[in-house]
Design a protein around this ligand. Sequence first.
Ligand code: HEC
Length: 144
Amino acid sequence: MLCAVMRRVLTIAFALAAAVSFSACGDKSNLPADESASVKRGAELFAERCHGCHTMDTVGAEGGASEVRDRERVDGPNFNVRVESKENVLYAIRNGGYSGAIMPENIVVGKDADMVADFLSKYAGGQAKEQRSNSENKVQDSAR
Ligand code: HEC
């Protein structure tokens, strides 16, 4: 009897989880509707080519390390919290990250690279910026 109830609860839970993940799939980017076409394209390219190793909620990318214990060698920085300048993104794209050891070089080139860099330099670090703007973190920042 209890088992049957549990099974039912689990079935519902799975159905809900599936519904949530499907809806997350449909809407890959959370960019504002009035964002420029090139930044939107940069976000698409990032979602296609960079998501395997980097995390960024804006485009639903979950490839980076979020916990030290889960970390794999190929996991790159989490762009929810890491702020990037356009120059640094272009450098990383051309050279395969900063170390050149893991991330492949030139996954995107030319105008594509430029659009990815525009997108990342604008949106990377979004969560860090949010955290920084709440007063608790301001105190921590000034103590550093
Ligand atoms: C095979 C996994 C992999 C892929 C694919 C990948 N990266 Fe990386 N990336 C890494 C790793 C690992 C690092 C950190 C080590 C390093 O800098 O060499 C990194 C570092 C970076 C950095 C430097 C960040 C910092 O602050 O240290 C940027 C910027 C970056 N990647 C952007 C991108 C972009 C844009 C793409 C897609 C065009 C991409 N990466 C695809 C693995 C990857």
